[in-house]
Design a binder for this molecule. Structure first.
Ligand code: CAA
Length: 289
């Protein structure tokens, strides 16, 4: 259990649900300053990225987001990984962009550096990314969760887009992804007031798919990621791509895109294996081909 304690620090992970067989140090991981990376799950096919900047409640400084982008790129290249989990601590998933770091930014410096431009790397991951949110997910933290494909939350999680209270607006998807997720009236209320809202409200709005007691959040998220990882990675990639298309195009074009991708799956060995396994009443053996 010492590995578990070492990795999770203050996070009270249920030892019964998350035992050593679920968890393995990612031996080839690069060293990062602001995150920890591990490989978890019984088949060691789930990547776990833990934001680790506790003194600033995981405020998303440039270095932290660079670490996250690099880790996601690395896990995307790792054939053994079927899904990636992004999590924080029990107190904070992330309390937003680093206000102290951007305090003296100017329009000119933002334009020259394309400030926050590299945050999109999370949303561009070809492998599914699941956010496991305990504690605060505010501003850029809420936006980071929304860049993920699925959000699971602990019942004490607090979401919000409080940028309005510090004289700015959301800059990493808060006015766009949130509006698509919860509709205009709720998104307006959240963005214009800056009010926080809880996990149960987030679930009711459709922002979060499931809510758990805090200690069950990570084990349950790993279970979800293991289920996704049990499928063919290339078919998962096409399915993710097709769902994402729904956000970016008209219904007619989206349906056409989906149909073409569905037809394309018949060029894969895994489609043949999946359907053959069904007819032979056995589990499929996907080879990601
Ligand atoms: N940036 C930089 N530092 C932050 C931070 C942030 N977003 N959020 C918290 N911190 C730091 C605090 O400054 C404090 O540091 P010190 O101990 O050195 O003073 C430390 O984290 C602990 O924070 P608090 O003492 O404030 O903790 P709390 O429990 O009293 O309050 C909180 C927690 C409600 C989350 C509060 O910290 C807070 O309101 N944070 C800011 C939330 C916010 O406005 N986020 C939006 C940022 S802008 C943005 O994200 C733009 C975008 O769209 C990309």
């Amino acid at each position: 259990m010492s590995v578990l304690r070492n990795i999770y620090g203050g996070l009270k992970v249920s030892q019964g649900l998350l035992s050593n067989k679920h968890l393995m140090k990612y031996s080839t991981a690069a060293s990062y300053e602001y995150i920890k990376t591990d490989v978890v799950g019984e088949k060691k096919n789930v990547a776990l990225i833990t934001l680790n900047r506790p003194k600033a409640l995981n405020a998303l400084c440039d270095g932290l987001m660079t670490d996250v982008a690099n880790a996601i790129a690395k896990f995307n290249q790792d054939e053994s990984i079927g899904a990636i989990i992004l999590t924080g601590s029990e107190k904070a998933f992330a309390a937003g962009a680093d206000i102290k770091e951007m305090l003296n930014n100017t329009l000119a410096s933002n334009l020259k550096t394309n400030f926050l431009g590299h945050w999109t790397k999370v949303a561009e991951s070809k492998k599914p990314v699941i956010a496991a949110v305990n504690g605060y997910a505010l501003g850029g933290g809420c936006e980071l969760a929304m860049m993920c494909d699925i959000i699971y939350a602990g019942n004490k999680a607090k979401f919000g887009q409080p940028e309005i209270a510090i004289g700015t607006i959301p800059g990493a998807g808060g006015t766009q992804r949130l509006t698509r997720a919860v509709g205009k009236s709720k998104a307006m209320e959240i963005v214009l007031t800056g009010n926080h809202f809880g996990a149960e409200e987030a679930e009711k709005m459709g922002l979060v798919s499931k809510v758990f007691p805090p200690e069950e959040l990570l084990p349950q998220t790993i279970k979800l990621a293991e289920k996704i990882s049990s499928h063919s990675q290339i078919i998962v990639q096409l399915a993710k791509d097709s769902v994402n298309r729904a956000y970016e195009t008209t219904l007619r074009e989206g349906l056409n895109y989906e149909l073409k991708l569905f037809q394309t799956t018949f060029a894969t060995e895994d489609r043949k294996e999946g359907m053959t396994a069904f007819t032979e009443k056995r589990a499929p053996n996907f080879k990601n081909q």
